[in-house]
Design a protein around this ligand. Sequence first.
Ligand code: GDG
Length: 459
Amino acid sequence: MGRLIIASNRTATPGADRAGGLAVALSDALAERGGVWFGWSGDILERETRGVRLFVEDNTDFALADLTTQEYEGYYLGFANRALWPVFHYRVDLAHFDEQDFATYEDVNRRFGRLLAQLTRPDDIVWIHDYHFLLMGQEMRQSGWDGPMGFFLHIPFPPPEVFSALPQHQRLARGLCAHDLIGFQTARDTANFRRYLVDICAGEPVGEDCVRVFDRMVRLRAFPIGTDPDDIAALAAGTEGAQAAARLERVSASRALVIGVDRMDYSKGLPQRMAAFGRLLDDHAELHGKVSFLQIAPPSREAVDAYQALRVELDGLAGKINGDYADLDWVPIRYLARNYPRGALSGLYRLAQVGLVTPLHDGMNLVAKEFVAAQTLEDPGVLVLSELAGAAEQMQGAILVNPHDIAGTADAIHRALSMPVEERRERWAVLDAAIRAEDLSWWRLSFLKALETVREPVA
Ligand code: GDG
């Protein structure tokens, strides 16, 4: 069996403990068969450095490349996060299309693709991750790599009408089709890309999940990413989890707790969620002093304007709702714009009666799965989940909401808070079975299995 070569914008830190989640899954995959994990080092330099820095850890080689300031701005902040991220999350209104940013994105994908091609051996398999590297596979092909190559998109793939807003949509689609296998989070994303290839690029559907297009055969499939439920449950019961829960309980005095945990991103629907909680308080005076909403929202991508605007909006909304409703001994919204350790988060999920996960669009949303994993059968909390999160395809035991419907979301929170324990247990059992059936190991193993057999004839 050949080695596994993984490329992702950021890698785990060589030599450091893995913080859980995706980093652990990819480390496990590399540990099993040996290989290379390639990505950006996180360093930004004034002038370009050639080559990669190599760190060896057991049977994994980390190959890290630096970015120049100009590359960081054009590739990462510019095209990846000002054009691709908004368009793929259906927010063409927030997208900024800049030809120079695209040229830099292409250059970085080319430079990185060439570097990675040099590190491959003929019997390796290559797995590239996410929207930062849509063109890297094609660059590897042009550098001579012709072995099996898969790509996984962690974010949604929008309908063709939305994707086509990108001035370079054809170039990007052609680049993606240099892979043999393209994995998406959901059936909806897979169908969107397939429709784009068939309707816009004259692709010809072959068998159940293949398309012949741009003189190649490409396999498209959904591989919904999962979590590690046993790890989260252990963290929730562990010391750090219990301590975080005890700290909060001391001040919340057994009030019902609604929890949200999200990177501070406009795709996560945070203003709508705060408005829904405000609406709950408008409509239900009997809940005043009886329920608190804890929103943990570590800031991200703060150099991008839309993220700065979101921060200002959330500060204002939380302040307004608290100003309207807080009392001497009760704060309705605890809004914490900072990062907490995984163990603490798991303990807080377990403490909460309601998990509020209401993105406007999300590839999957792992917080929804982590919230479920942290619950216990005796007294499970209720998940209120956006029907526009990828996770909704699997998590039918949740109360599903349209996150734009503020009154509907407020009603769903109310319903969750008053749900009898029998119904909570029934729903949780359905959700727990779903997250265990397709957990994080299932995700990586099923993707790699599909990638290994990708060169076999299409049935
Ligand atoms: C992208 C896609 C897809 C959050 N706050 C803290 C913290 N987190 C952790 C959560 C969770 C992870 O970060 C966030 O994962 P999500 O899936 O919710 O969202 P994105 O970051 O947008 O990830 C998404 C994912 O890729 C995987 O394919 O599901 O749709 O957008 O694990 O727990 N972790 C710590 N402190 C925090 O304050 N330690």
